[in-house]
Each structure stands twice: as C-alpha cells, then as structure tokens.
Design a protein around this ligand. Structure first.
Ligand SMILES: [Zn+2]
Length: 183
C-alpha cells in the first residue's frame, strides 16, 4: 500500500468507527504494518473483521488486519497466469508468449551447454543479451555456434546431424540414412 491508500483506509476505518483517531505515532505504526500488503486485500479483510462481534466497538488492530495476508512482492496472481516455460519456469499470460519464449530459452540453454563443453569464452555466455536480441540476429549467432560445434566435436553422428541442418540431404540419400540400404 502507498500513502494515499493508507490514508484511504484510515478514512474507511474512521467512518466505521467514530472513535478511531490517528496521530503521527499511530500513523507510522500502522503504515509499517500495512505497507507490504495490497489495499484491496487489507480493505476486504477489514470489512470481514468489521462484522465480527469482537470488533463491534473497537476496530481490529493493524496486526490483526494483516495477519495471514500475502505480501504484495511475494504475491503471484495465479488467476492471470496460465503458462510457464518448461525450462526456466517463468510465467506467461498467453500461450503464444510462452511458446515464443520457450523456443528461445531452449536455444539459449543449448548455447550455454556448448560454451561450457568446449570452454568457449571460458564457458561464459551473456545470457541476458541472448534472450533479448532480435530473432534474425539470434539465428545467425546460433548458426555460427552450430558450425563451431560441428568443427570441435569428435562425435561423427553429431557432425552429421549438424551437417544435415545446413545441407539437408537429397531424398534418395535421406532414404539411405533411414533404411540403411536403398531398396
Ligand atoms: Zn524459459
């Protein structure tokens, strides 16, 4: 809650409880309690408590009102979040956003593994930069990295897989790879 909201809450409490007064000390005491929480949560809780018999005459205290509420910084709005990246578990509001991110995330993680594996740039990757760069720039960086892996790996099969990405085999050759012998 910000100061405007805290004042608004005091106004509400004063309307409900004619005997509620706030001086500077009390304001600070309440503000410390209320600040981490959302105005809506606090207001809802206040009205719930207002209806309870024990708060007929005196308002509930700040610590009672905020008890059990979730602090805003820790609060995840689950009703707005439906999709998460399977790799880094970031939240997304739409499926399309998630898919777009996930493809990049998968590729960044691949790049990161190869940098470690071949000790490129001492294994250090500027991940934030990779996540943020435009798609075409990212694609050309990715192709360069694949070339590098193809060059450095001792695994013949991996070399071939990468070769097939750059130079897809002709259909007849593809069949040979699939079936062993052409038939
Ligand atoms: Zn991710």
């Amino acid at each position: 809650m910000n100061k405007v909201e805290i004042n608004k809450l005091f106004e509400i409490i004063s309307i409900e409880y004619g005997n509620f007064n706030v001086d500077a000390d009390k304001y600070k005491y309440w503000a410390d309690f209320l600040e981490p929480y959302s105005f809506e949560d606090v207001k809802t809780r206040f009205y719930e408590l207002r209806n309870q018999r024990e708060y007929t005459i005196m308002p509930p205290s700040a610590s009672v009102i905020t008890r059990g509420l979730t602090k805003v910084n820790n609060k995840i709005k689950f009703d707005e979040i439906t999709f998460t990246c399977q790799f880094c578990h970031r939240f997304f509001n739409t499926y399309d956003d998630m898919v777009e991110h996930e493809e990049r995330c998968r590729s960044v993680r691949y790049i990161e593994r190869q940098y470690k594996r071949f000790n490129l740039n001492n294994g250090n990757v500027d991940k934030a930069n990779l996540y943020n760069m435009p798609q075409d720039e990212f694609d050309s960086k990715y192709r360069l990295l694949l070339k590098k892996v193809q060059e450095l790996t001792n695994d013949a099969k991996e070399k071939q897989v990468i070769e097939n990405i750059f130079n897809p085999p002709k259909m007849s050759d593809a069949r040979k790879m699939l079936y062993g012998k052409e038939n």
